[in-house]
Design a protein around this ligand. Sequence first.
Ligand SMILES: Cc1ncc(COP(=O)(O)O)c(C=O)c1O
Length: 438
Amino acid sequence: MEKNTCHASVTTNRSALQVLSSENCDIEILEKGKTINDFLDNKIKERGSTGNDLPFYVANLDVVFKRHLLWLTHLPRVKTFFAVKCNNSPAVIQMLRALDTGFDCASKGEIQMALSLGVTPDKIIYAHTTKPRTHIKYARAHGVNLMTFDNEIELQKISQYHPKAKLVLRIAVDDSKSLLRLNAKFGARLDTIERLLERAEHLDLDIIGVSFHVGSGCTDSSAFKQAISDARHVFDLADSMGFQMRLLDIGGGFSLTGNCKAIFTEFAETINGALDEFFPPDCGVEIMAEPGRYYVESAFTLATCVNAKRVDTDPMAKHYNGEENSSVKMVYYINDGVYGSLNCLINDPAHTSVTPYLHKAVDGSEQQYQSVIWGPTCDSLDKIIENFWIPELEVGDWLLVDDMGAYSISILTDFNCFERAQICPVLTAETWYALNRF
Ligand SMILES: Cc1ncc(COP(=O)(O)O)c(C=O)c1O
C-alpha cells in the first residue's frame, strides 16, 4: 500500500459521504485494525471454500484518497475533473464524488453514468472534441454545459444543438515526451486558432477557456510549461477579440508508476511555476485538470486463478546445461488475460508488462521453474508473461497483479465470453474516519 506523505486538508461532500456508507453502495468499510491485505486474503479464502474461481479486483479506495491529498498538497490551484474513461467503476466515481472532484466525461454514456451516481451537471466537462450530435443534445437536455472543441464543424454542430454551451478550445501541444500520444488526433494547431475564434464569434458562441493534453504517461514536465505558455497565447488572442476567457484546463498525463515514479512533485513544481508566470493567481482564471491514470492506477489489484496447467519438457535444454529440471517448462492458463483486465498489455503503451506474484506464501528454498502464463482465450496473443521463474503452481492457486486501475476495466472485451473480473471496493476504517473528519 502507498505511504501517505502529505498533509493537505480535503473538502468532502458531506451528502456524498452518506453515499459511500455501506447501506447505500457496495464499498466495504473494514473494521478498525483490518488491512486491505486481510480483505484480499479473506476473499481468496471465501472463494476457495465456495469453489468460486472467477477473477476479481480489490479496489483499494484508500489509494484514491491519498492521491487526492497528494494533489491538493502539490497542485493547490488546480481543481481535478477525473477522466471517467480511465476507470468507470461506480465505486471510484462515488469515492471521487465524496472528495468533491469534478468529472471529465467523453460520451453520452459516461455522462449518463456520472449523473446516475449523483454527480451534478455543473461538475461535468464533456471533454471530447468530436461529439456525436445526439450526445450533444443529451448534454444540453441534462444541463451539461461545459464542453471542448477543436474545429469549425464542431462549432457549427454546437451552435445548432447546444448554442448556450460554455466552450473550451482544445489546442494541440507537444506530446513527444509521453508514452501515449494524443495530439495527432485532437487539438487545434496554433495557426488555426484565430480563424476558429472568428467563426465562434460569428456563430455567437461563448468560448470561456483553453484545454490541452500533453499525452498520457508524460515523462517530461517541460511539456506542461510549453503547453501553458501556448495556452496564454490563445488567451491573449481571445481576450483581444472580446471573449471572456476564464478557464484553463491542463488535461491529464500524470502518473506515479513505471518511468514516472517519483516525478510528480517535479511536475507540480514546473506546473506551479508556469501557472504563476502565465496565469498568476490574481488573473481571475480558474485552473482545472483531467487526471485519469493518476487517481486509480495503483488502486486496483487483480486476483486471477490458475485454470489449467501443462508441463512441457524440452530434452535439448537438459542436454545443454545438465541441470535437473532445466528441461521442464511450466505452462499455466489463468482466468483473465489481454482480452480482459490485462488488455493494457496490448492497448496501453504506458503499461506494456505486468509481473504477477503468488498469493500463497513461498519458501525461498522452493524449486523455481521456468514458466509461461497465458490468458484464458483461444488467441495466442493472449500471453501474460514468459521466461517467468516461479515455484510450481497448481490449478486453483491465485496470482496477483498490482497497479491495474487505469485503462483496464474500461477497455476489456467479451471475447470468448469469459466472465469479467468482479470489482470489490474497500476502504480501511482509518480512511473512513479521515473522510468523516472533514
Ligand atoms: C481528453 C482527455 N482528458 C483526460 C485524459 C486522461 O489522461 P490520463 O489518464 O493520462 O490522466 C484523457 C486520456 O486519454 C483524455 O483523452
